[in-house]
Ligand binder design. Structure first.
Ligand SMILES: NC(=O)c1ccc[n+]([C@@H]2O[C@H](COP(=O)([O-])OP(=O)(O)OC[C@H]3O[C@@H](n4cnc5c(N)ncnc54)[C@H](OP(=O)(O)O)[C@@H]3O)[C@@H](O)[C@H]2O)c1
Length: 348
């Protein structure tokens, strides 16, 4: 079991000062995010839990939420940060779900991860495997379960079946590659061209990608590149890329759109809609979580993923560690360079 060291114990017994990345209006993240230092109340209400945040990444969803372009709009002023890993320092008298030392993440509707410490109601946190290393737990909430659910909920795939995806080199794309490999599916991955293409293709193949091609190759008619016929296509980009994905769908195949990184509308070809009865669906993890009648499906997804992470079948997400003070640079990099996640690393 995790031991809480004596300096933390002494912190628990007095009021705590915390830094927070806060915004008071929607806008460009570098402009609207500010660092504030506040005192947290000394005493916890019965249902409350005091958390110490250890690590929290910047995801596209954070950028969209701060811009006011996300499915959930928090009340202002708001503490940013949708995903991260924390340890419980102290619990209120009625808290049963966690104890000091437990590793937790915030629940789906709740942000406020970009801070040193925070006080949360016990219903707004989820206990995760205490032994899951921080380089996995900090990224556990969003991309891995999204990959898992999209691969299993939208098509009846058999071992050996292919799926196609764009955005294959993104953090979620790499989760899709790895979970697909574990489940026995093959991935055909589309990425954008770049200088270090060979290096990236090797990295993706080492994770289990079966094919990796660039959009340029795909759009070049002379190359006559053929995609496999698939029941499932995963679209995180939209625009022309989605048109090519949807064209790969077999009879009754389904293209699931989960992101729109190109900021272009998702496109679909007319003939397969009519003659192959293909379907276009959307996926948002939040909706999937809300739709679960009990918590068992979510718990299975998380425990399978944590198991694969601990056994090394899923590799940690590539990251650049940042201090909270570095937030302006980190926010700027997060919107311009996508090879590594910007991670606020807060663990003392
Ligand atoms: N719906 C859900 O529940 C759900 C869950 C998880 C993630 N997502 C979404 O999935 C997407 C990726 O998230 P992530 O965390 O994996 O992000 P990430 O690791 O930061 O990767 C971003 C990806 O987007 C690509 N990209 C950036 N700008 C682009 C453009 N203009 N045109 C085409 N591709 C572009 C990047 O390609 P390059 O390397 O070529 O720049 C990279 O592959 C986001 O839209 C996110 O919101 C949705």
């Amino acid at each position: 079991m995790l031991k809480i060291n004596s300096s933390i114990r002494s912190l628990v017994s007095r009021s705590i000062t915390t830094r927070q990345l806060v915004y008071e209006k929607y806008g460009a993240p570098q402009k609207v995010i500010q660092m504030k230092t506040v005192e947290l109340p000394d005493k916890l209400e019965p249902e409350q839990v005091l958390l110490e945040w250890h690590a929290s990444p910047i995801n596209p969803a954070d950028i969209n939420q701060i811009q006011g372009m996300y499915g959930v709009r928090p009340k202002m002023p708001a503490i940013a940060g949708l995903e991260g890993a924390a340890r419980v320092l102290k619990t209120g008298s009625a808290v049963k779900s966690v104890k000091p030392g437990d590793q937790v993440i915030s629940s789906y509707e709740v942000a406020e991860n970009w801070a040193d410490y925070g006080i949360f109601n016990q219903k707004d946190i989820i206990h995760v495997d205490n032994d899951l290393p921080i380089e996995h737990s900090a990224f556990l909430k969003v991309n891995p379960p999204s990959a898992y659910v999209m691969l299993t909920d939208f098509a009846k795939l058999k071992k050996g079946d292919w799926i196609v995806q764009n955005c294959g080199n993104s953090a979620i794309g790499k989760q899709i590659i790895q979970v697909a490999r574990i489940l026995g599916f093959k991935t055909f991955n589309i990425i954008r061209n770049r200088e270090n293409l060979g290096e990236l293709v090797k990295e993706m193949k080492d994770l289990g990608a079966n094919e990796v091609v660039t959009e340029d190759d795909l759009y070049d008619k002379n190359k006559k590149m053929k995609l496999p016929r698939v029941k499932l296509a995963l679209n995180g980009v939209g625009g022309k890329s989605s048109l090519y994905l949807a064209n790969a769908l077999d009879q009754e195949g389904c293209m699931v759109t989960y992101g729109g990184m190109s900021r272009q509308p998702t496109q679909a070809p007319t003939a397969p809609l009519i003659f192959k009865n293909i379907s276009l669906r959307g996926f948002w993890l939040m909706t999937w979580i809300r739709e679960q009648k009990d918590d068992r499906a979510r718990q299975k997804v998380y425990s399978d993923l944590a198991g694969w992470m601990k056994s090394g079948e899923i590799q940690p997400t590539a990251m650049v560690k940042r201090s909270l003070e570095d937030y302006k640079d980190a926010l700027s990099e997060a919107q311009n360079k996508f090879d590594k996640k910007q991670l606020f690393f807060l663990k003392k």
